[in-house]
Design a protein around this ligand. Structure first.
Ligand code: SF4
Length: 138
């Protein structure tokens, strides 16, 4: 079981192997591959720092405790009809994304995120809507 906060449920959709440091991307790639291969992997929804934040580089500002990030988590969980503490399989989270999310939500919910400009997160949502699942990271 992996513990994940709200906004990381979206970040995983557009993940293409980019990240804050080699250690961060190694950890995220491992999780991403596991969810791709085993969509029935269990996720617990948590508040605040999670499995991915564990490897956030400890140089500079620790944005994982930033209030803007907590707000983004809350907006995303509300949109997906999920609550802190819930335990869900990754494929049921994909089903919630198909039901409640559109690619344009990234523009409004993630307006201050520096990764948004790459356009990969919208693309990732679209691929989930098309039933393609997570894209393989090469
Ligand atoms: S735009 Fe940023 S916060 Fe939003 S899903 Fe993408 S990487 Fe995550």
């Amino acid at each position: 079981m992996f513990k994940l906060r709200g906004h990381h449920l979206f970040c995983l959709l557009g993940y293409r192997g980019m990240g804050y440091s080699p250690e961060y991307t190694e950890n995220m790639t491992r999780l991403h591959q596991e969810l791709r291969r085993e969509p029935n992997t269990i996720i617990q929804i948590v508040e605040g720092p999670d499995h991915l934040c564990l490897k956030y580089p400890n140089s500079g500002e620790y944005h994982c405790q930033n209030s803007v990030i907590y707000e983004r988590d809350a907006v995303i969980l509300k949109k997906l009809n999920l609550k802190i503490g819930q335990v869900k399989s990754w494929d049921s989270i994909e089903t919630s994304i198909q039901k409640y999310v559109t690619p344009s939500d990234i523009e409004t919910i993630c307006d201050t995120c520096s990764w948004r400009a790459y356009g990969v997160c919208e693309e990732g949502v679209q691929e989930i809507l098309e039933g393609k699942g997570l894209r393989e990271v090469r």
